[in-house]
Design a protein around this ligand. Structure first.
Ligand code: TXE
Length: 479
């Protein structure tokens, strides 16, 4: 494969109305100039998606054939995994270890999981009154605009397009402007797999230009979005004009709670993965560590020593576990929060600075603050970087109370050997995913999404099919 930089619309590679650069955040070098879809290209993409969606070739395609297309796409991604993972690492700055061992294999598994659903979308027969047969059909929604972020570029794209295509929709994928390259590679593979032209369109571009035009377009039936809470709010407001359907997966400030009876070494490992995996640019990052008072000193000491020895480095080195933040803007935002931590009186116990990796790139050290309380900015706001805020609690009720003291509700972790306590916490915490004695586990079969201001709608799992189908009720008079 080779890098693609044009827009994929209606099965053709076309020029945009402008261009933008995508950088390698580890070297600050330009990787490519990418075509940007303006309102005209967005309109073209919507028209070709509509035409492809309405075409009998797609509408009346046997469901098992749609499944086969998704399976073929999964095989093609797997065959090209090395190049795709390397491209993801160059574009995003994430360690090659993550893109090659986690992100791209997840894309493959996810495409296969939803391929399996394509011919299993059944309706119901409903026992209505009178002499009637009533049954339901589950039909595709139509043209889906998928707007995805830069932290798991291809992975989150697959969370949207795999179920959307399995259910028989047409998709317009808008990758984030920081990381457009792997989405274009996927577009190429979808054509090779044999998806009809126009069923998957890929249109890179900046949010306020391409993204906004896609949300505004009257012939897009649904927007599925993952990104910041503020942009999610704007997307929803714009979509209200249609009105068009919306699902939103937004930010988080997830609590990772360690009780005194936990396996502390496992909890330390879980705290580290919870915040430093993906450089902390993870919507479900365990960015608030809540530690029960009696084990606080021991746990924080272990954590600080491990965090201080975590090396930040060249993402292409297979041994690197913390790569470069996605952009200078994101690095500055993270450094700003480290400054805010100092100003608010939190105690720095690890990291706290930019990391020097060959004198270039947007690297920040694995950073841990202790003595944080819930009023501080670093405990309230999504940092989206390798910065952990440690708070102390006394007992289960206090843990739940502090855990829920946030506008967000995406995920939570709990570490304890007491089964009852684990389940009580899981019941009482306001979060869409709860991990017990583990953190950051995902599977294509398990739903993911937010409570509270972390959004609504679910990605992954059988429940995601609801986001991409609509129900039709059919009445038949029997007499
Ligand atoms: O996100 P945006 P940004 C959080 C994280 C990060 C902050 C800012 O805290 O520091 O958001 O990141 C597109 N109409 N998350 O500014 O703007 C945009 O092009 C339509 C959490 O990059 O939400 C991109 O494709 N689309 C999050 C996508 O929205 C628009 C992941 C996400 O970008 C648009 C990313 C508009 N007006 C950031 N403006 C998570 N939950 O995982 C932008 N976009």
């Amino acid at each position: 494969m080779e890098l693609r930089t044009k827009l994929l619309i209606g099965g053709e590679w076309v020029a945009g109305s402008s261009r933008f650069q995508t950088l390698n955040p580890a070297t600050e070098e330009t990787i490519a100039e990418v075509e940007e879809a303006g309102a005209g290209e967005v309109d073209l993409a919507v028209r070709s998606a509509r035409e492809a969606f309405e075409s009998p070739k797609w509408r009346h395609m046997d469901p098992h054939r749609r499944a086969a297309l998704l399976w073929t796409l999964a095989d093609l991604v797997e065959r090209n995994a090395e190049f795709i993972a390397a491209t993801e690492t160059r574009d995003n700055g994430k360690p090659l270890f993550e893109s090659s061992k986690v992100d791209i294999p997840f894309v493959v598994a996810n495409l296969r999981y939803f391929a399996g659903w394509a011919d299993k979308l059944t309706g119901d027969v409903i026992p209505v009154s009178g002499g009637f047969l009533n049954y339901t059909l589950r039909e595709p929604i139509g043209v889906i605009g998928a707007i995805v972020p830069w932290n798991f570029p291809l992975n989150i794209a697959s969370w949207k397009l795999a179920p959307a295509l399995a259910c028989g929709n047409a998709v317009i994928l808008k990758p984030a402007e920081q990381t457009p390259l792997t989405a274009l590679l996927l577009g190429e593979l979808a054509l090779e797999a044999g998806f009809p032209p126009g069923i998957l369109n890929v249109i890179p571009g900046r949010g306020p230009i391409t993204g906004q035009a896609l949300v505004e377009h009257p012939d897009v039936d649904k927007i599925c979005f993952t990104g910041s809470t503020s942009t999610g709010r704007l997307v929803m407001r714009t979509a209200a004009e249609g009105p068009k359907k919306v699902s939103l997966e937004l930010g988080g400030k997830s609590p990772n709670v360690v009780f005194a009876d936990a396996d502390l070494d496992a909890a330390v490992r879980g705290a580290l993965t919870g915040i430093f995996y993906g450089k902390g640019e993870v919507c479900a990052a365990g960015s608030r560590l809540l530690v029960e008072r009696s084990v606080h000193d021991e746990l924080v000491e272990k954590l600080a020593s491990k965090a201080s020895s975590m090396s930040v480095g060249d993402p292409t080195d297979p041994k690197t576990r913390i790569g470069a933040l996605v952009s200078a803007e994101q690095r500055d935002k993270v450094l700003g929060y480290i400054e805010a931590g100092h100003q608010d009186g939190a105690k720095l116990v690890a990291g706290g600075n930019q990391a020097d990796v060959n004198g270039r790139g947007y690297f920040v050290e694995a950073t841990v603050f202790d003595a944080v309380d819930s009023s501080m900015r670093i405990a309230r706001e999504e940092i989206f970087g390798p910065v952990l805020a440690t708070l102390t609690f006394d007992g289960l009720e206090d843990a739940v109370d502090i855990a829920n003291r946030t506008i967000y509700g995406l995920a939570a972790g709990v570490w304890t050997r007491d089964v009852g306590k684990a389940h009580r916490f899981a019941r009482d915490v306001q979060a869409g995913t709860v991990w017990v004695n583990t953190y950051n586990r995902y599977d294509p079969a398990s739903p993911f999404g937010g409570f509270k201001q972390s959004g609504f709608g679910r990605d992954l799992g059988e429940i995601a099919l609801q986001e991409y189908t609509q129900t039709k009720s059919v009445w038949v008079a029997l007499d």
